[in-house]
Design a protein around this ligand. Sequence first.
Ligand SMILES: [Zn+2]
Length: 134
Amino acid sequence: MIPRIDVKTAIAKKNFVGETDISFDADGALIDIPYVEFASPVRAALRYEIFADDKVEVTGEISFLLKGLCSRCLAEAEREIVYSAEGLFAPQPKDEEYGYSNGFIDLREFLRDSVLFALPARLLCASCAEDGSE
Ligand SMILES: [Zn+2]
């Protein structure tokens, strides 16, 4: 199922503010850290606000669990990632905005970008994290 926001219906019902909870399996290829993988689905708790000019602001929290081998000592490591995501959608997007059409926002690109931004550069085990700078 495509994660999306039905802007047309929301406007018709005058629900200019709403929430949506999405859970999905992220593409493991997004991870750039050796021996690390997603250990949980990605959860996105999103809130949206539709403005008078039909632009839609989406904000919320992206969270998931990373598991694998410590980037420094190769011990087993695990870390919960929580990231504040935000995006602006417009029928005629410019600059950093995402586009949408036919009254539906397709959240896939936004979610993929958010997971990319949320991913750390490395995963450290508890003992390395303690004496490291991270
Ligand atoms: Zn370590």
